[in-house]
Design a protein around this ligand. Sequence first.
Ligand code: LMR
Length: 334
Amino acid sequence: MIRHLVAVVAASTLALIGTADAQRAIVIKFSHVVAPDTPKGRGAEKFKELAEKYTEGKVRVDVYPNAQLYKDDDEIEALRSGHVHMLAPSLAKFGPVGVRAFEVFDLPFILPTREALRKITEGPLGKRLLGQLEGKGLKGLAYWDNGFKIMSANRPLRMPADFAGLKMRIQPSQVLAAQMRALGATPQVMIFSEVYGALANGKIDGTENPPSNMFTQKMHEVQKHATISNHGYIGYAVITNKNFWDGLPADIRRALDKAMLEATQYTNAIAQQNNEDALAAMTKAGTTTFYELTVPEKTAWQKALEPVHQNLAVRVGKELIYEFYREGKVAGAN
Ligand code: LMR
């Protein structure tokens, strides 16, 4: 009886300490729109693990995947107003908040290798671009990879002419809108969490995604054909609220910087494999026929999409596009 009482008292004391600790901990809400088993989902979990470890529990990171808290069209506002503290929107989603330069990453075939991309995101140019967020009350902490996109629909997409008349879902980037128009399709901006339903009920005909997103949203179940075109890239800027970040104690910020650096290395190391695994799983599922472009087909896509670079140069920045070309050349990409 006494032993039982001691155990109960000990357990409640621990629970109380736990509550006190939890109350003292700085809580970082990290919201994102994709599934946990994607490069971004896994990166967020890795950040949580490392942030809690390096701050010895002084910080708790709560990760909210699958747009359960905020969706792509309201998450940045939620970050600015302090309802969440960390996001990792795709680089294609910063135009609506006034940072158009990131749309350079959406230009078709601009940097066709991860090495070339890495040179940009890990170099001074990447840093400069992140710096543009500061005027918007945001702070860019890192770039995270997802991967190269494939195009899907319910008809084979081999030549640009195959896109004629298709309604293709895009992220809210003017470059992506121009890309779809250049292929003869009609672009339709739509938030990520609505894409599966819209494909299933025929509101849209097709979309573009890295395999990891297509698979984890089950889009392969409602798309009969997909072309592994690798025509563009989806990557993320991990961002926080600048005032929140600057207001953190310096030692906490140092620990979080270390956690972010390592979570970034982890995410970028697993992203390619995660996408390859997703593609293999979808191939195995057998609901979609995957197709690789022949050299003449790829040349036809590149030719059709070339004007997008010129036509969007004013919006994105001509000099910035040249900088990307130069980096690509150095990396032997084009
Ligand atoms: C999309 O909307 O297609 C992507 O930006 C989703 C994501 O975060 O990868």
